[in-house]
Design a protein around this ligand. Sequence first.
Ligand SMILES: Cc1cc2nc3c(=O)[nH]c(=O)nc-3n(C[C@H](O)[C@H](O)[C@H](O)COP(=O)(O)OP(=O)(O)OC[C@H]3O[C@@H](n4cnc5c(N)ncnc54)[C@H](O)[C@@H]3O)c2cc1C
Length: 413
Amino acid sequence: MPATILVVGAGMVGVSCALELQRRGHEVLLVDRLGVGEETSSGNAGLLSYGTITPLASPNLLPRLHRLALNREVDFELHYPHLPALLPWLLRFLLRCRRDVFLADGEAMAALVLPSIETHRQWIDLAGAGDLLNPVGALKLYRCARSYDRDALERELLDRCGLGYRRIDAARIAELEPDIEPLFVAGLEVDATVSLRDPRALCRAYADLHRDAGGSFERAAVEAIAPHGRGWQARYPGGSFDAEHLVVCLGAWTPALLAPLGYRNPLAIERGYHMMLAPVAGRRLRRAVFDSDVGYVIAPMAAGLRVTTGTNLVARETGPTPRQLERVLPRVREAFPVGAELLPQAWMGRRPTVPDSLPLVGPAPHHPGLWLAFAHAHMGFTLGPISGRIVADGIDGLAPAPAWRACRPERYL
Ligand SMILES: Cc1cc2nc3c(=O)[nH]c(=O)nc-3n(C[C@H](O)[C@H](O)[C@H](O)COP(=O)(O)OP(=O)(O)OC[C@H]3O[C@@H](n4cnc5c(N)ncnc54)[C@H](O)[C@@H]3O)c2cc1C
């Protein structure tokens, strides 16, 4: 039976939920306080990647723990005034830094990533957005062989998930990327990874598909949600929307809307920054590269070369603290042909994360008709379409696929 559905939040996750539901015949209103894909979904590294199924909680972190705690590593920075508030999350996270847990969480992630990328490919075709795809994939590069060996567990996970990859040496790296400096001694090429030249443009292309299928979009800042009659109501300054089902896809802003319903905040917010850099004439980066010894991604995009940073754990209300970017950029310049900075200041995004790195997608535990899709951490751009399928299956009354049960919201709410 077609239902009226309100999807709040028009990042990649909300747009994907709206599109999937509208394509199944429901009547879907998508709402965002800004436009489509304006927040975290605009400034990410744009990877749709099989190679990044690795959970953040890894036994590989343990030997680095003292350096991480002292903020000595470039890919991680903790703002110490935030530590007391973060402690319960951090303890649960550290307890997951075990080989068996790592492999189980990684396999659960792979079961989401594989069908999600498949749906991305179909939607990209449908939207005629193939020009946004950079089909040559991505590389993970290592500055020393020891670092490559250290990642053996990650390759064991890829093996378990049946994902193809190759170790490449310095000569092959030079063949694939002749314009980067010969600093890297080893690399990992994971099959069928692609990247986007403009992540925000892909969100907009999917929103156009949603509109073409009969869906609508409104701009409004939702202040509160509550059960209303046989459905739900979302209130914004000056009005309200009613619908039979409400899907909340507000990324890092989700807990504030759920708190009055009695749901506690399960999230750490990992900030990430990016800077756009001008390409250098006559030198080119063909594919996205993850410099694993330093901890950043550099990705060729329509508007230049985008450098994104790792994890910055800071209280939500603290202003931007892009020190990681300042530390990363000199390391980028020693390896890649890059020119001037193209933005007046660093872009900042928010990755809401729970300790097992899997998103929270499915029915709200205590409220029929309320659906959640958030906490996508480092993978929300990739996982948009599968989030839409899980929510739509639930609303359509289909039994949840066993492989997708790993992301049910009640595990943290
Ligand atoms: C530096 C960086 C690099 C990344 N690289 C990748 C990558 O390569 N591949 C990948 O898969 N993922 C990547 N990610 C993660 C990915 O970007 C996110 O997981 C994803 O964008 C989350 O999408 P979302 O729709 O949940 O949230 P968002 O894109 O943050 O959308 C939330 C929306 O809610 C809206 N909103 C908030 N409050 C309200 C309100 N009260 N009323 C109405 N609307 C509201 C906001 O305006 C926003 O549009 C990266 C993230 C960062 C920060």
